[in-house]
Design a protein around this ligand. Structure first.
Ligand SMILES: [Zn+2]
Length: 285
């Protein structure tokens, strides 16, 4: 620890931003959908949104430490908390799990409002990718509970000697066949950002791709809808517009910071346990 170091480390700033912004956006979604109508309801949504934000940070941190499936599980648990807080029906009223273009929302016995037992959400871009990416040579594989397309053509997409060995577009994750170890972790963090933004995206606004037709099964137990995550897409576009380099902008800064585990301090005699020590003589560098 430096005597005049920054008040917060980069990781602490990222954690605080996740907690604060998820809380804020959870309340905003609740207000936009008419579920948050009083200061008390707003404070309740803010508290659950903050808990969800802490969960999203933990999810990305776990992914960066190589525990992909745990991170993705945490991300969907956090998304469930934020969605429940924004839409009412009890803080544990439904559990959301997602894979590829699908999001399943399963109603729990703790739900406080009547509703379908199962909600099925389809991401149209990811649904198109399911057919289009394999046709263009991408191979679907499952990594850490996530559908990923391995694509050898990715290494020809760059210009000027640089290329992306992975890229994530909403729910669609593309990666070259044998990427550097941090690449799958980096792209999975982008996927969690998408899930995080979708949890606080108001429904019934802009994102409803398909408004016509019947969306509930005859007995009312299953409901489905087709939605774009317009909030993440527009925040992402704004982020890229304001960024001044490939690693700048909040989405990239977060992914680059968290896609490696934090350096582990080795034991240092006569100093507090969390301080870094000068490397001892003869230490292999
Ligand atoms: Zn990135």
């Amino acid at each position: 620890m430096e005597a005049n170091g920054p008040a917060f480390s980069d990781r602490e700033r990222i954690a605080l931003a996740n907690v604060g912004l998820t809380s804020l956006f959870t309340v905003a979604r609740g207000v936009a959908e008419g579920r948050v109508r009083s200061v008390g309801e707003g404070l309740e949504a803010a508290a659950w949104g903050a808990a969800a934000g802490a969960g999203f940070y933990a999810a990305k941190d776990q992914v960066g430490r190589g525990r992909g499936a745990l991170g993705v599980g945490l991300a969907f648990a956090s998304a469930s908390l934020a969605e429940n807080a924004a839409t009412g029906g009890g803080p544990l009223g439904h559990v959301r799990v997602g894979f590829g273009p699908l999001d399943l929302r399963v109603r729990t016995p703790l739900a406080t409002r009547p509703g379908p037992a199962l909600g099925v959400g389809v991401d149209p871009l990811a649904a198109v990718a399911l057919v289009a990416v394999p046709l263009s040579g991408g191979r679907p594989v499952v990594r850490g509970g996530v559908l990923v397309y391995e694509h050898s053509a990715l290494d020809r997409t760059g210009t000027g000697g640089t290329y992306a060995s992975g890229t994530t577009l909403g729910r669609v994750v593309l990666m070259e066949r044998d990427p550097a170890p941090h690449v799958p972790r980096h792209e999975m963090i982008h996927l969690i950002q998408t899930v995080q933004a979708s949890a606080v995206t108001p429904r019934g606004m802009l994102g409803d791709v398909w408004r016509g037709g019947r969306r509930t099964s005859p007995n009312g137990a299953v409901q489905w809808d087709v939605r774009m995550d317009w909030l993440y897409a527009s925040l992402g576009a704004l982020d890229k517009l304001l960024a001044d380099g490939p690693k700048s902008g909040w989405a990239e800064a977060e992914a680059y910071e968290l896609d490696e585990p934090p350096p582990t301090p080795h034991p240092c005699p006569n100093r507090p346990p969390d301080t870094f020590c000068p490397l001892p003589t003869g230490y292999a560098r």
